[in-house]
Design a binder for this molecule. Sequence first.
Ligand SMILES: *[C@@H]1O[C@H](CO)[C@@H](O)[C@H](O)[C@H]1NC(C)=O
Length: 443
Amino acid sequence: MNEEYDVIVLGTGLKECIISGLLSVDGLKVLHMDRNGYYGGESASLNLTQLYEQFRGGAEPPKELGANRDFNVDLVPKFMMANGKLVKALVHTDVTKYLEFKAVDGSYVFKQQKIFKVPSNDAEALKSPLMGLFEKRRARSFFIYVQDYELDEPKTHKGHDLTKMTMAELFKKFGLEEGTIDFIGHALALHRDDSYLAQPALPTVMAIKLYKDSMARFDTGSPYIYPLYGLGELPQAFARLSAVYGGTYMLNTPDAEVVYDEAGVACGVSHGGQTAKCKMVVGDPGYFPEKVKKVSQVVRAICFMDHPIPNTSDSYSAQIILPQKQLNRQSDIYVLSCSFAHNVAGKNTWIASVCTTVETSDPESELGPGLALLGSIKEKFVKVSDVFAPKEDGQTDKCFISCGYDATTHFETTMVDVLDMYTRITGKVLDLTEKDPSQIEGQ
Ligand SMILES: *[C@@H]1O[C@H](CO)[C@@H](O)[C@H](O)[C@H]1NC(C)=O
């Protein structure tokens, strides 16, 4: 404990583990601590005993569910886009060698009380029952434009400057209907609300391309992948990486507290009567109660079922996005399902999660439209979590704090926060382009 570190990281949530992995690879001397005796913090994966301890006051899990060790239940379930930023960060740090992935079977969107497969290219648009005959053709032209668009080849821009033209204007050029815009914006580009419509079209076009390119990676019905044995594998894989680069992990430090100098700048962390010195501290909001503010609440229901989600072609794993407009809400509802096929549950058990941002004083009933898609549910665990964000960027007090996890069931927004933290900490933009994400093997 008497050594001096470049960085001390507090909390082993996924964001903190990625940051500590990236900084270790950069050559910084990292000490990583967690008050808990397990990895993952708020985003941990639990076995049955831990799950029943947290949600059922330690009651015995029903025997019929199967063996405790077969379960890895994510508290913050998310899939990763096969070509997305998290996968690129895994490849960048070479953490992939500690992990095994399997593609997710299906990607769906909710429209007019029904669920539909999300079409991701011109050919699928033509076949999709989501749209009427003429709309299919307009959508097909839109998809062809997006597929052909190359940032550095002006002739593919067809006279549109997407850094200036808004996304609403681009949709209008193709004459797309509101319902089509809804699924493209929310289920393909993964926007959480409609503010993107008034912003330049380029980021949305790139997000749609990312979806399509990820889709093309594996021969399944989704652009997503997920690790075997659950998300809890990720923090542990980053911990192994950190160790390779000389980083140190310490779990079970319940008394860990940030130490500040007279000027209020973080200069160490105390634990067990000793203080480890450092140049900066990184951590989740739980370690900095006075430096964060509550920005929203998220409600999540984790459900056990003995069948796949109906109307998902018997998928062993799937995501369904319910866009806000289809529900008369301000925020989307996200449904994610996973099963024994990804080694996260006992045989013939599916785990479905329904998540959204809380808008009323009755959060659980807000999940109704998502829960209604699941069919019969055997067990349901509901949790409402406060989401905190740092009040400051960390430059003055050298405390670099992550934001809490939002309701999305994919990692795109998580990685926006991680990359922003990385830049705040190092002053550099992380270059994730140098390695090819196709190094990741799926099954
Ligand atoms: C599921 O499929 C059935 C049969 O095609 C259909 O009647 C029902 O509306 C579908 N439900 C949803 C939520 O898509």
